[in-house]
Design a protein around this ligand. Structure first.
Ligand code: AR6
Length: 178
């Protein structure tokens, strides 16, 4: 994974998040928690079928109606290099409604879980900026605000923001409020 920029406990990297070796990677899932395309599909393929079983169990026991937008649920990482997957559901972008707080909640709640569990290395993909259509520059401003606000209160946690392409990483770096 190529690191573009490194600030205090926040890095921007380019590459495949399924290869991230740390305490957890965040999955940009959907409310069903039962897999999908994009990074969700890649994570399920890399983790192996036990991940789907764990997600089904989450649905049965904790989220029978599905995971609400902005909430998080944790499973093991199974065959992934990362030990855990923090599943979250980003908002579908809408021109008629400001869903920035829902997107911010995905990041805030994942950071909260990482803090509760004492994780030291966590990676996020660019939630909602693929199939869910959130403009990457708008997402960058939201994500960077959350990181600036929250990371100082979680000592010992290093966060890597992983972008699938160099162009996506550069867009983030241009638009972020860092
Ligand atoms: N590593 C890092 N980033 C990736 C990878 C990867 N392996 N694969 C894709 N991306 P998306 P969303 C980037 O569509 O917009 C699924 O079907 C991708 O380039 O994965 O939140 C779910 O089940 C983009 O920048 O997630 C939901 O139904 C970013 O990850 C829906 O898609 C997010 O794109 C969620 O849509």
């Amino acid at each position: 994974m190529k690191i573009h920029w490194q600030g205090e406990r926040l890095s921007v990297a380019e590459g495949d998040i399924t290869r991230f070796d740390g305490d957890a990677i965040v999955n940009a899932a959907n409310q069903s928690l039962l897999g999908g395309g994009g990074v969700d599909g890649a994570i399920h393929r890399a983790a192996g079928p036990a991940l789907l079983e764990a997600c089904k169990e989450l649905r049965d026991k904790a989220w029978p109606d599905g995971l609400p937008v902005g909430q998080v649920a944790v499973t093991p990482g199974f065959r992934l290099a990362a030990n855990h997957v923090i599943h979250t559901v980003g908002p579908v972008h809408a021109k008629s409604e400001d869903r920035s707080q829902q997107l911010a909640d995905c990041y805030r709640h994942a950071l909260d879980v990482a803090a509760e569990r004492g994780f030291s290395r966590l990676a996020f993909p660019a939630i909602s900026t693929g199939i869910y259509g959130y403009p990457p520059a708008a997402a960058a401003a939201i994500v960077s605000d959350v990181m600036r606000e929250r990371l100082p209160n979680i000592p010992g946690l290093e966060v890597t923001l992983v972008f699938f392409s160099a162009a996506d990483a550069e867009t983030f770096l241009r638009a972020a409020n860092l």
